[in-house]
Design a protein around this ligand. Structure first.
Ligand code: GLC
Length: 540
């Protein structure tokens, strides 16, 4: 198996380029405000500080501690120190953060690598703190890695595939730095990370939005990198749906968990990456061709997701009463879902107020599980209509015990157990019920929840979740995940000093303090993808 190596010799010129770019005078950082400021004022929680970029808001919300929020929480300084300790350098330049800086753990596995998805909250923290250089270096480094040939055994992967992670190996004798990347050929289960490319595009937009520096996105390297990622996911095949068909374990949930098919996490990231790319592609011949394809796909994808993945009380009742074996265009039960396949738990779980995008939809299969990442990204990307976004937040409030519990945020709900666990996970001992990906609680998701709360004008929910995290995260040593129905126990095999738990907390804190940061990771509703057809029941 060929390891991908970018040795410092061959990449010298690129690194020089990189240094030259960084030598440029710092651009004025002007952040766009895309959150609805009005809702903040109407709620009486917008203070004058919010109007000056970088200013402190200092607003208190119901249920929050009485501590003066002008004084940073003592955990913030600790978190910054820990985040800086996780920095990874390539030829003296910071290019990313290691997944976990856990000296106590015997097994390092691949936690000593820079994961693309794990770096996203780190990158956002650095951007919010006015330190964009590392993000730029990371984006350039990973796009260089994308350009290499990648193989699994005798099979060559698509050109656009982005790595799950990479590692910098320093040779102190030869004084060289070597980069080894993993596209799935070393990962447990040998799955390629479909989410990496999407996160890369989303991060490029966040960098551009936050710095106002368009020059990086406009470089031929970044334009080509984007087009290659897009080619992979916009290619024509035998699809009958606009959603993206995936193997199990191709995203944050990177083990077999029955998320194969059309998982919500990937569909939401796909949607967000398409919209982000749309705003950054150049209007040249190649760029325009992609923009046309993107626009068509977005139109179909938003319709499909908003109609068929959406579940609320009314929709559940409709499915419960579905007729089966319908043929022709007039079919109501298009995917031939058999009502008997609806799991018992969902009838109790579904509140009258609220709704969410379910885990998966394919022929005769609806995975009714709740996945936090996909739903939060759907809000941020405006894949959810404003009404659906509000309903998702309603659900989180109504089902706080289940979806947040004692440690924010549950990755999915509910856990699968017994026979189902055996069949679905292949008896995975790491994913036993209410552990890890199977209903575990992941502090990293706090930043996504916070962003979704701010976007929907409900910062008090984020405040409540942050308070919960602050009561334990530092004391527990920033675990990767928590176990148990309500997330009370430090996870069975959880790493300590997990970087994205640290960065996720910082991003949540900074966003709540200065909601204008939201603009770099949120997209306004696109009027063109507004639903045109209404279904019989009202879901908007
Ligand atoms: C685990 C997680 C994955 C994460 C990686 C590094 O494999 O499932 O989402 O990227 O650890 O933290």
């Amino acid at each position: 198996m060929d390891d991908l190596r970018v040795n410092s010799q061959s990449s010298l010129s690129d690194v020089d380029d990189l240094s030259r770019l960084l030598d440029r005078p710092r651009l004025n950082i002007e952040r766009k405000r895309s959150f609805d400021e009005r809702s903040f004022s109407e709620m009486g929680i917008l203070d004058s500080g919010v109007n000056s970029p970088g200013g402190r808001s200092g607003w208190e919300t119901p249920g929050s501690s009485t501590r003066n929020s002008f004084e940073p929480h003592p955990m913030v300084a600790e978190a910054w120190d820990a985040l800086r300790r996780s920095l990874v350098h390539f030829r003296g330049q910071p290019v990313g953060t290691i997944a976990a800086y856990d000296h106590a753990s015997e097994e390092v596995l691949n936690y000593d690598q820079v994961f693309v998805r794990d770096f996203v909250p780190s990158a956002l923290a650095f951007l919010m703190n006015g330190e964009p250089e590392i993000v730029k270096n990371f984006l350039l480094m990973t796009i260089q890695i994308q350009g290499r040939e990648k193989r699994i055994d005798r099979f060559k992967l698509g050109e656009g595939a982005m790595p799950a992670s990479f590692k910098v190996i320093h040779d102190p004798i030869k004084k060289t730095d070597t980069v080894i990347a993993d596209f799935g050929e070393s990962a447990i289960g040998r799955v390629a990370p479909v989410d990496s490319g999407f996160w890369w595009i989303i991060l490029l937009r966040a960098y551009t939005k936050s710095t106002g520096d368009l020059s990086l996105a406009e470089t031929p390297e970044c334009q080509k990198g984007m087009r290659l990622i897009l080619s992979l996911c916009l290619s024509e095949g035998f699809d009958t749906f606009p959603t993206l068909l995936c193997a199990d374990g191709c995203s944050m949930v990177d083990r077999r968990m029955g998320v194969y098919g059309y998982p919500i996490e990937i569909q939401a990231l796909f949607f967000m990456a398409l919209r982000s790319a749309m705003s950054m592609l150049k209007h040249d011949t190649e760029g325009k061709e992609f923009m046309e394809r993107i626009s068509k796909r977005l139109h179909a994808l938003s319709f499909h997701m908003r109609s068929y993945f959406w579940l609320d009380f009314q929709q559940l009742n409709d499915i419960y009463r579905y007729k089966t074996e319908e043929y022709s265009h007039t079919a109501v039960n298009k995917f031939n879902v058999i009502p008997d396949s609806i799991p018992e738990w969902v009838f109790d779980f579904m509140p009258l107020r609220g709704g969410y995008f379910i885990g998966n939809v394919s022929p005769a299969r609806m995975d009714f599980r709740w996945f936090a990442l996909g739903n939060c990204v759907a809000i941020l990307a405006s894949l959810a209509t404003p009404e659906q976004s509000a309903a998702i937040m309603d659900l989180i409030e109504e089902r706080w015990e289940e979806l947040v519990g004692e440690m924010p945020v549950k990755i999915c709900h509910p856990a699968i157990e017994s026979h189902e666990w055996r069949i679905v996970t292949g008896c995975d001992p790491k994913n036993t019920r209410w552990s890890y990906h199977n209903g575990g609680s992941w502090p990293v998701l706090l930043w996504l929840l916070t962003a979704a709360c701010i976007k929907t004008g409900r910062p008090q929910i984020a405040r409540r979740a942050i308070d919960l995290a602050e009561s334990r995260l530092l004391k527990d040593g920033w675990p990767e995940y928590y176990d148990g129905k309500s997330g009370r126990f430090i996870g069975k095999q959880a790493r300590k000093f997990q970087t994205w738990s640290i960065a996720g907390y910082l991003v949540a804190k900074m966003m709540l303090e200065d909601p204008s940061h939201l603009g770099m990771i949120s997209l306004e509703e696109d009027k063109q993808t507004k639903p045109v057809i209404k279904r019989s029941h009202s879901w908007t």
